[in-house]
Design a protein around this ligand. Structure first.
Ligand code: IMP
Ligand code: MG
Length: 180
């Protein structure tokens, strides 16, 4: 770990175990029903790659984007969803795979966009959940780890300004305050 970088929250080993448990849970819920995994770029790419290799259903994969606009460009700061145009969503059972659910706005926007496309069902699986930061009502069906506070975290796909996505573990951004 880089000196002064931050505290490791979840090691590679802990993540591996949890991802296997999650995959077993997802497999049990779908019970052999084919599913379309919608990976939210870019943060969820590592989690999704690990998760799908433990799923026992027939799985297709697509990549979606959700871009959040700041207050300055959009008063309601509604996230903008971009679905790939080569997927026929109608009738599919879709599992959204996210890196982290924070305010919940991205997930709600994506779920609504998929419902508008006529999917048969939509569930969500997020590697991390930060319920303390929630601004909109939004349940996540499968959660890897729940963060109690509002701390910003990086690694295992999650970035800050494009950095640290490739860390194999999850860490906090700032070193612990020695006076804590
Ligand atoms: P929200 O739930 O719409 O607020 O947006 C969630 C998105 O914000 C995630 O998909 C991440 O890209 C980003 N995000 C939120 N919290 C963190 C964090 O702690 N680390 C890295 N990215 C984060
Ligand atoms: Mg994201």
């Amino acid at each position: 770990m880089e000196p002064g970088f931050g505290r490791m929250l979840y090691s590679r080993e802990v993540i591996d175990d949890r991802v296997k448990q999650l995959a077993a849970h997802v497999t049990g819920v779908y019970r052999g029903q084919p599913l379309m995994v919608a990976v939210v770029l870019r943060g969820a790419f590592i989690f999704a790659a690990d998760l799908v290799r433990h799923l026992e259903e027939q799985v297709d994969i697509s990549f979606v984007r959700v871009r959040s606009y700041g207050d300055s460009t959009s008063p309601q700061h509604e996230p903008v969803v971009r679905l790939p145009d080569d997927v026929e969503w109608r009738g599919l059972h879709v599992l959204i795979v996210e890196d982290i659910v924070d305010t919940g706005r991205s997930l709600v926007a994506l779920r609504n966009a998929l419902r508008d496309e006529g999917v048969a069902s939509v569930r969500s699986c997020s590697f991390l959940d930060k319920p303390a930061r929630r601004e909109v009502d939004c349940d996540v069906d499968f959660v890897g780890f729940t963060l109690e506070g509002s701390e910003f975290v990086v690694g295992y796909g999650l970035d800050v300004a494009g950095r640290y996505r490739n860390l194999p573990y999850v860490a906090t951004l700032r070193p612990d305050d020695p006076t804590d």
